[in-house]
Design a protein around this ligand. Structure first.
Ligand code: AP5
Ligand code: MG
Ligand code: ZN
Length: 216
């Protein structure tokens, strides 16, 4: 089944998509992670997108759509996928609908206050990309990833000024997709405000229901 994880910066898309990927055996495809991986490796793609990402801007539709289209054509995506961070403009949503239409869009709803709290304490693993939080999901040893032992870092775009730009872009360019997907009948809202285990329990039940309905 094909799921889009949708929501504000810091809503928990990456955290929940990672759990869902393990639980349902679907590949987790995060455009943000693809870009950050390219930036870490210093590839031409990484060099091209670094400045715009670090300042909180959006990468061009043309580049992002091409990248996702290629990724969804790989073998592991043939049986379904979890898209995280794409689409985030109407042009991207229309492109996806044309080459690989979604079954469901999970809209993780969180308040602005939570978004700020979550982004300001987020730490990412340099090695495997696992997501931590200094208060809500602390690693066992401060600054070290539980899974791979690599160092944790703070995302450049989690600085206050970049977060402000990301939230503006979310409101201006991405929120209109709520109406777009409501009209397509694929939008499912999930309350993302509670702690991670509680959100995951709700989300898991919702996804199981959608998968069961598809099989029935
Ligand atoms: P992207 O990486 O997609 O960033 P984003 O959408 O801003 O979302 P985040 O990754 O910040 O938040 P999240 O919802 O994944 O939250 P997380 O699970 O980490 O994109 C980055 C940039 O790349 C963009 O700004 C743009 O430049 C570019 N880009 C990417 N896709 C693009 C596209 N399609 N088009 C154009 N440009 C694109 O959780 C946040 C924190 O909260 C973590 O610390 C976590 O541990 C904690 N947490 C999570 N859930 C809970 C919970 N329930 N309770 C307590 N803490 C929680
Ligand atoms: Mg993310
Ligand atoms: Zn790691």
């Amino acid at each position: 089944m094909k799921f889009v994880f949708f929501g504000a910066p810091g809503a928990g898309k990456g955290t929940m998509a990672s759990r869902a990927s393990t639980a349902f055996g679907l590949p987790h495809i995060s455009t943000g992670e693809i870009f950050r991986g390219a930036m870490r490796e210093g590839t031409p793609l990484g060099l091209q997108v670094k400045a715009v990402i670090e300042s909180g801007g959006l990468v061009s539709d043309e580049l992002t759509i091409g990248l996702v289209r290629e990724r969804l054509a790989k073998d592991d995506a043939a049986g379904g996928w979890l898209l995280d961070g794409f689409p985030r403009t109407i042009a991207q949503a229309e492109a996806l609908a044309s080459f690989c239409p979604e079954d469901h869009v999970i809209d993780l709803q969180v308040s602005d206050a939570k978004v700020i709290e979550r982004l300001s304490g987020r730490r990412m693993c340099k090695g495997c990309g696992r997501i931590f939080h200094t208060r809500f999901m602390p690693p066992s040893k401060p600054g070290i990833c539980d899974d791979c032992g690599a160092a944790l870092y703070t995302r450049e775009d989690d600085r206050e000024e970049s977060v402000r730009v990301r939230l503006e872009n979310y409101r201006g360019q991405t929120m209109p997709l709520v109406d777009y997907y409501t009209a397509r009948g694929t939008l499912v809202s999930v309350d993302g405000e509670a702690d991670a285990d509680a959100v995951w329990a709700d989300l898991r039940a919702v996804m199981e229901g959608l998968i069961a309905a598809e099989k029935a």
